[in-house]
Write a protein that binds this ligand. Structure first.
Ligand SMILES: NC(=O)c1ccc[n+]([C@@H]2O[C@H](COP(=O)([O-])OP(=O)(O)OC[C@H]3O[C@@H](n4cnc5c(N)ncnc54)[C@H](O)[C@@H]3O)[C@@H](O)[C@H]2O)c1
Length: 256
């Protein structure tokens, strides 16, 4: 049991399935009171019913007030988990880029905007951002996803360095492949890059709780991502060359 989580009021967005549902289940198992959000009201209700939580369906960008009321007036932990796996290149439609910015970045900014006044006043609050290894590295074939996940990571990092001396905890979860609907929808690029080392959503929840226990910002459910991140920072051309090799492999596989 993680003491900081017992009886805490927790919100998990995009928790009707996948990683969000696993986070919601784990928080509930640790004794938290959990608000389960999803755009899909039926899936949010099913998970909430299963864990004894409260369903607050709707767009993750605009649920803090309702979630706070449902939890009796305060949110202790907010998991900005809802995301869209927008693929495509520079040629992706404006609407695809806009949705990726809205869900993967701005929903986090809007939630923080709502949460921080209360958190700063009482000197505590925990913001958990489900980013992706694509926020530290990149994802072939998915420019909107890679760029906006970098944005989500940058925002989580900014929150952490700005408010850590005022009692605010921030965690950025950066997994590679996780066996969810999003992985299934990622097509041939996901098959090539993510599927071989994919883990279960429950493994992501385990990694988060380990990180909460150790008070760590960066949560890497695939520990090898630390080495890739280091290689990208210290040897960018070598790293880009390796990624381009993967890109060409993908092009060859899809041309067949
Ligand atoms: N699956 C992976 O391989 C993987 C890897 C790294 C990071 N992630 C990230 O994990 C998070 C969860 O993804 P998942 O893999 O569980 O995918 P998923 O598709 O199983 O779940 C995402 C959920 O978010 C909901 N959702 C989408 N837009 C929403 C919105 N605006 N408001 C509320 N709910 C919304 C969907 O209805 C869905 O239930 C995402 O941020 C994703 O980018 C996934």
């Amino acid at each position: 049991m993680v003491e900081a989580v017992q009886n805490a009021g927790v919100v998990v967005t995009g928790a009707g399935g996948g990683i969000g549902a696993a986070l919601a289940r784990r928080f509930a198992a640790e004794g938290a009171r959990v608000v389960v959000n999803d755009l899909d009201a039926g899936r949010a209700k099913a998970v909430a019913d299963e864990i004894g939580g409260i369903a607050v369906p709707g767009d993750a960008s605009a649920i803090v007030t309702e979630a706070r009321d449902a939890l009796g007036g305060s949110v202790d932990v907010y998991c900005a988990n809802a995301g869209v796996g927008s693929g495509g290149s520079q040629a992706a439609a404006e609407a695809v880029w806009a949705l990726a910015w809205d869900v993967n970045v701005m929903a986090h900014v809007r939630a923080a905007h709502e949460l921080l006044p209360d958190w700063l006043e009482r000197g505590s609050g925990r913001f958990v951002s489900t980013v992706s290894a694509a926020g530290l590295l990149t994802m072939i074939g998915a420019a909107p996803y890679s760029v906006t996940k970098h944005g989500a990571y940058a925002f989580a990092e900014w929150l952490s360095l700005t408010y850590r001396h005022r009692g605010i905890k921030v965690h950025a979860i950066c997994p590679q492949g996780v066996r969810t609907d999003m992985l299934t929808a990622s097509g041939s690029a996901g098959e090539l890059v993510l599927r071989p080392t994919a883990i279960e959503p429950g493994d992501v929840a385990d990694a988060l709780f380990q990180g909460i226990h150790e008070d760590r910002f960066l949560i890497l459910p695939h520990p090898e991502v630390a080495q890739y991140y280091q290689a990208r920072a210290t040897e960018p051309d070598r790293w880009l060359h390796g990624m381009n090799r993967l890109q060409r492999q993908w092009e060859e596989a899809t041309a067949r």
